[in-house]
Design a protein around this ligand. Structure first.
Ligand code: SAM
Ligand code: SF4
Length: 455
């Protein structure tokens, strides 16, 4: 493939930058933030705006070699049942600490594979949430699902408990790729899962695909898109494979020589994107594609799209309470993360009721920079002058950053207008994380090597 001049410049930008699902980013969380801080943050939730809940279920039956999620492999059910009991205890402590029954507009079950929970344990969790929170009738209740372990009774429980959005992990349909990543999952299995969910009224469905996996080809990616379209999902996520074997040891089982290089990854992404856009999907931020009547497409148009730990979201609650091991809460005071090891999380909840291990409380310009980074990541645009005014800062506050970004302007990656509004050019959308990194006060491009590639 021949790249246009802007794409060639983007390829040169192939440096390691954060994914910006939070700001400050997770590597800057520290262990000076504990249960006591989280507890104070929860009890000072004063306004009555609806909040969001995230529940982490860290279990899978087998390890996918590319997996970057926080999960634990178990073939037995007893650990999952024990975890459920402890999670219920954490939910009770959180609600007791808040001291009132808050409205909830979004619930997200993430993992691992939340459908590793048996139907009755899933229902126990939903019952507890409804007892302790006021789950609004309009609430979006979403769950991440592994089609290989979805059963009739689990899908039935999702329908009965009001789940209205499901996200299915697919990644790739090609047999050789599936074998190499240790995830055998034929097309028919995915189709059966989708029919099952829709049969129980879980209507809104997302499919996760990944590009950049070993032995993938551009043709293979386009074939994945074709097959995915036959399943008629409302949303498609197309993630770039983040290869971080220094953090996730099982990724060493991925043959590195079979990984597509940066130029091929870019070609895969662009061709897949072109195809999806031609098929009527709207491209959202980095890696989401949605139908035009989807709430995400509407949020993009209205400038209300947000980004959280699950990626892009229509959720605009300013409080997200994360429960379960490794879960991150976002409160007006900062970020609070639970212990990431299942056994330590369980021990702490048994002892204290909560399991906060690390986090960061906002200081200095954190919230201002976070607002700009979120705007760049979500809308490919940030009106810095307007944002500075709303934070009561002088108009020249970011002049150093804007001067540093002149190289990106010269390369056609961004435009900066007279009102100091930064716009990422449509051809350069793949470079959005690099653009955002200029506002990251904690990020040092010279010393940073711990993130996955930008493209
Ligand atoms: C928690 S999983 C989804 C539910 C379920 N566990 C499954 O895999 O079917 C979240 C998604 O993250 C994506 N993912 C996992 N590891 C990744 C990596 N290293 N790079 C990019 N995407 C990744 C996959 O697309 C996966 O479907
Ligand atoms: S099923 Fe999902 S969470 Fe589990 S190992 Fe595979 S990608 Fe990771």
């Amino acid at each position: 493939m021949s790249f246009n001049p802007i794409e060639q410049k983007i390829l040169k930008l192939d440096r390691q930058v954060p994914r910006y699902t939070s700001y400050p980013t997770a590597p800057h969380f520290h262990d000076g933030v504990k249960e006591k801080n989280f507890s104070q943050g929860l009890s000072s939730l004063t306004n009555n705006k609806p909040v969001s809940l995230y529940l982490h279920i860290p279990f899978c039956h087998e390890m996918c070699f590319y997996c970057g999620c926080n999960t634990k492999i178990t073939k037995k059910y007893a650990p999952v049942e024990k975890y459920t009991d402890i999670l219920l205890r954490e939910i009770r402590t959180v609600s007791d600490t808040i001291g009132k029954k808050l409205d909830v507009s979004h619930i997200h079950f993430g993992g691992g594979s939340p459908n590793s929970l048996y139907a009755n344990d899933f229902t126990r969790i939903m019952d507890m949430l409804r007892e302790r929170f006021n789950v609004l009738p309009t609430a979006e209740i979403a769950i991440e699902l592994d089609p290989r372990v979805l059963t009739h009774d689990k899908a039935e429980a999702y329908g009965k408990n009001g789940i209205n959005r499901g996200s299915l992990g697919v990644q790739d349909f090609n047999a050789k790729v599936q074998k190499t990543i240790n995830r055998i999952q034929p097309y028919e299995q995915v189709k059966e899962s989708i029919d099952l969910l829709r049969g129980f009224d879980v209507q809104k469905l997302n499919i996760d695909l990944i590009y950049g996996l070993p032995y993938q080809t551009v043709e293979g990616i386009l074939d994945n898109i074709d097959k995915t379209l036959t399943l008629k999902p409302d949303r498609i996520s197309l993630f770039g494979y983040a290869h971080v074997p220094w953090m996730k040891k099982h990724m060493r089982l991925i043959p590195e020589e079979a990984l597509p290089q940066a130029d091929m990854r870019l070609e895969m992404f662009h061709k897949a994107k072109d195809k999806l856009v031609k098929e009527g999907f709207i491209s959202i931020g980095l890696d989401h594609f949605v139908l035009p009547d989807d709430p995400m497409a509407i949020a993009l148009k209205e400038g209300t799209l947000n980004r959280n730990f699950q990626g892009y979201t229509t959720d605009n609650a300013d409080t997200l309470i994360g429960m379960g091991c490794s879960a991150i809460s976002y409160l007006p005071t900062g970020y609070y993360q639970n212990n990431s090891k299942v056994h330590l999380y369980e021990k702490e909840v048994m002892e204290w009721g909560l399991a906060t291990e690390r986090g960061i409380e906002f200081s200095g310009d954190d919230v201002l920079r976070k607002t700009i980074i979120e705007d760049i990541m979500c809308n490919l645009k940030a009106e810095t002058a307007t944002i500075l005014e709303s934070f009561k800062k002088s108009n020249d506050f970011f002049d150093v950053e804007l001067a540093q970004m002149q190289g990106l302007v010269d390369d056609g990656i961004i435009e900066i207008d007279t009102k100091k509004t930064i716009t990422v050019t449509p051809e350069a959308a793949a470079a959005v994380r690099v653009v955002a990194s200029y506002f990251d006060e904690y990020f040092n491009p010279q010393t940073n090597t711990k993130h996955s590639r930008a493209i």
